[in-house]
Design a protein around this ligand. Structure first.
Ligand code: PHE
Length: 345
């Protein structure tokens, strides 16, 4: 019986010695428990009658020691806390005052989408290439198998620099293809995110500036199947495992054969009908096998190498992902609009 009481006292002593106290509330709880008028030592003191006579002295001493330790610890903690509090007060700091909201910036939805695209393609071994927005005619058009007077130049209404017939704002990130191919030999595996410009009437669906991510993969024996697989992987990562895609034959001067890729969006709501023009499908990119002319224009032997390229629009995908109904919102930089976008990317 007495063994058990001694054990309890030892446990309480250890508890007091190891108690961690960092604020006044905890300190008060400590005081009530060990030093208050109903402290836990009082009922134990009464147990002395169950202690054999030869141990009564030892019991009393232990009980006193516990009381003293508790009182000493209380005193020094009180002094310490009071001191740091007065230091804070002296420094004019009131830690109990409510804080001001910390305004953290948010990323632009276009950046969020670009960052996800970069993340997906870097996993496949693509590296990032960036180049100028003010381009020359050769890199934007001629090298890309679109010589002067080629009807395809009209597909993209170009902003030329004042007093210049050769310097222009790039109309697509495909200009980075020719920049990369004229400066390095295959294997080439790059994506090129960036801003592009076209002289178009601004509306809810189109703008005179927007963003693209270009992709270019050149090596020996690259096939159309490689391209399909790469783009399917992208679509799954971006739109979910059970995404459906389709490739429709198309035309670009710099690829042959060429295609446009659609993802299935659905036809459940009236809005779905509206944005997919009743088909359920949405075009997100153009792609194809790099035309041999483009390779030779840029100094790469088309007999030895082949490759694929794609170019995807970013705004369209951002609008899909965040259900934004008007492309102009992406360029107005209204903070009330922008601060809704929070993300880990
Ligand atoms: N440059 C094309 C466009 O802007 C997209 C594209 C890129 C198509 C690469 C094929 C290959 O529409």
């Amino acid at each position: 019986m007495s063994e058990q009481i001694f054990g309890e006292l030892d446990a309480i002593l250890a508890e007091i010695q190891s108690a961690e106290i960092s604020d006044l509330d905890q300190l008060e709880a400590f005081r009530i428990k060990y030093l208050g008028s109903k402290n836990i030592l009082k009922p134990l003191g009464g147990q002395i009658r169950n202690v054999p006579n030869e141990k009564k002295k030892e019991f009393g001493q232990l009980l006193n020691k516990i009381k003293q330790e508790a009182a000493a610890k209380y005193q020094s903690l009180q002094d310490g806390l009071a001191q740091s509090q007065s230091e804070n007060q002296a420094a004019g700091i009131d830690f109990s005052a409510p804080t001001q909201e910390l305004r953290v910036g948010t990323r632009h939805p276009v950046s969020l989408v670009i960052n996800r695209i970069i993340e997906i393609f870097t996993r496949l071994g693509f590296t990032i290439a960036e180049d100028r927005e003010i381009e020359d005619d050769w890199h934007n058009f001629t090298a890309m198998n679109t010589p002067e007077h080629h009807p395809a130049r009209d597909m993209q209404d170009t902003f030329y620099l004042q007093d210049s017939t050769t310097r222009l704002l790039r109309t697509h990130t495909s200009s980075v293809q020719s920049r990369v191919m004229t400066s390095q030999q295959p294997p080439i595996r790059i994506i090129a995110p960036g801003r592009v410009y076209r002289n178009e009437t601004i509306s809810a669906r189109s703008h005179c500036q927007f963003h693209q991510v270009e992709g270019l993969y050149i090596d020996k024996n690259v096939s159309f199947a490689d391209m399909k697989q790469t783009l399917l992987y992208y679509a799954k990562e971006m739109y979910g495992e059970d995404v459906r895609i389709r490739l429709r034959p198309s035309y670009f001067p710099f690829t042959e054969p060429s295609a446009e890729m659609d993802v299935y969006w659905g036809l459940k709501t009236e809005r779905d009908h509206k944005i997919t023009k009743g088909t359920g499908w949405l075009e997100i990119l153009g792609c194809g096998m790099v035309d041999p002319n483009v390779l030779s224009n840029c100094g790469i032997d088309p007999e030895e190498y082949s490759g694929f390229a794609f170019g995807m629009g970013i705004e369209r995908q951002a609008m899909l992902q965040y259900r934004i109904g008007d492309i102009r919102m992406l360029f107005e930089n209204d903070v009330r609009f922008l601060k809704q976008f929070r993300s880990a990317y």
